[in-house]
Ligand binder design. Structure first.
Ligand code: XMP
Length: 434
């Protein structure tokens, strides 16, 4: 099916994403492109119903006129010019800052002026992508690094629907996953969805490469490089695979707020995997925003716990086991994180707080247990809220919840004798400790 499209042409506004999302929220597909998109490119897209020319704080200077090229104007599509500055150039709309009002304003343009139809929804999206992938891949096979994160999981589920047994998933367990995570990947994809899944237990290998390395940047680099090495080794076993799937999503390819009005940046290598593998890329969710990726996952039947998984850094627990990682501290970290997650779920805080985890530093402190002196590590709790991860504020957790977590951590986790709560916002702290 060919869906209607309303294009957002960007002149450096930070609001493109908000507008495109609002249009999709109305059930009409919308994409963001640089303002100098040619008539031929627009013509090649199918059912373009209208154009929103989006100025914004960066580019609209006092009353200056902006316009589309005469060639694009010649296509006769309805155009809505928008500005977000207080200064309103002649003949330009200014959208409301309130999201509901924005949706209403767009509604009258999209339906009233452009005559677009509400034919964008997740079911249609999946249907179209399945068709597209089948056409793209033909009889070929596709390799996917399945981390268990939301994006790669949704890609796996979508590709399974499209090409079934011709998808080869590789899950590399770097030994820095949270408790139960790799097991869930195996359970969902291998047992339930019957995917071809190669499980690589590389925990020992990563730990030995990281042994004695305390510098956070070195640790990250080692984990990243080792991951690629392990994946490449596995990929060699699948001789003759011509496609590599990636969980690239829309925010990865759209960069809003650029000064140059060139909004689409190069997005190769997004998943950190090397492009010299000479495989063609398959990126079936690259048009979706994060919340749409989740909706897509639910529609494809993935469990909620996988689809609504909180963000987890690529280097995993490696950046939360501070300094040189040791198996004992890593184990205490994994166990304390599991306790924290259980208690957050039980209290309904798992859906309330954006990201929450534990951290274990390298230093020890003195304590006493059953009359005997102890010298053990502290566990640090972190629970933050953010919109874009650029700034973050600390969740004011109820004392009772902190009490419960503390009790459980101190009685269930070995090698730990204190629990601390990190109440530092970002900035000046970061969300992670390394
Ligand atoms: P910071 O610590 O910089 O983190 O405030 C911001 C957000 O990014 C996540 N993060 C990462 N995600 N690979 C990732 O995929 C990484 O190396 C990485 N480092 C930090 C972090 O968990 C937080 O959500």
């Amino acid at each position: 099916m060919k869906q209607d499209i309303v294009l957002v042409l960007d002149l450096g506004s930070e609001e493109n994403t908000r507008i495109a999302r609002a249009i999709r929220g109305l059930g009409v597909y919308s994409e963001i492109h640089p303002h100098d998109l040619s008539a031929a490119e627009i013509g090649g897209m199918g059912n373009v119903k209208g154009i929103i020319l989006n100025g914004g704080r960066n580019n609209i200077v006092d009353g200056a006129a902006i316009d589309i090229s005469p060639e694009v104007a010649g296509m006769g599509l309805p155009v809505l010019a928008v500005c977000h500055t207080g200064v309103r150039p002649r003949d330009m709309e200014r959208f409301s800052d309130d999201d509901a009002a924005l949706a209403r304003e767009l509604e009258s343009f999209v339906f009233g002026v452009c005559g677009a139809e509400r034919n964008w929804n997740m079911r249609n999206f999946i249907h179209d992508q399945v068709e597209l992938v089948r056409r793209e891949v033909g009889d070929g096979r596709v390799l996917l690094a399945l981390s268990g994160g939301v994006d790669s999981s949704v890609v796996a589920a979508l590709l399974l629907r499209a090409i079934g047994g011709r998808l080869e998933c590789v899950h590399v367990n770097h030994g820095l996953m949270r408790k139960g995570e790799s097991e869930q990947v195996l359970e969902v994809f291998r047992n339930r969805l019957k995917a071809n899944l190669t499980y690589v237990d590389a925990g020992e290998r990563f730990l030995s490469r990281l042994s004695g390395v305390g510098d956070p940047e070195r640790k990250r680099k080692i984990i990243g490089e080792e991951f690629i090495r392990v994946f490449e080794e596995e990929a060699e076993r699948f001789d003759g695979i011509e496609f590599l799937a990636q969980g690239t999503i829309y925010p990865d390819i759209v960069e809003s707020g650029t000064k140059t009005a060139k909004t689409v940046k190069s997005h190769h290598n997004v998943g950190g995997l090397p492009m010299d593998m000479k495989m063609k890329l398959v990126e079936p969710i690259k048009q979706l925003f994060k919340d749409e990726v989740r909706e897509c996952g639910l529609e494809l039947g993935l469990p909620r716990s996988m689809v609504f998984r909180q963000p987890f850094p690529g280097p995993g627990l490696g950046v939360r086991c501070l300094g040189a990682i040791t198996p004992e501290r890593l184990e205490a970290l994994r166990e304390s994180d599991a306790v924290l997650r259980e208690e957050f779920e039980a209290a309904g805080y798992d859906t309330k707080v954006w990201q929450y985890f534990t951290v274990i530093p390298e230093f020890k402190s003195v304590g006493v247990r059953e009359g005997v002196r102890s010298f053990d590590y502290p566990v640090i709790i972190r629970a933050v809220n953010t919109v874009d991860a650029m700034t973050a504020s600390v969740e004011r957790l109820p004392w009772e919840l902190l009490d419960r977590i503390t009790d459980r951590v101190l009685s269930e986790v070995k090698g730990v004798n204190r629990v601390l709560y990190d109440i530092s916002p970002k900035p000046p702290a970061t969300i992670e400790w390394e």
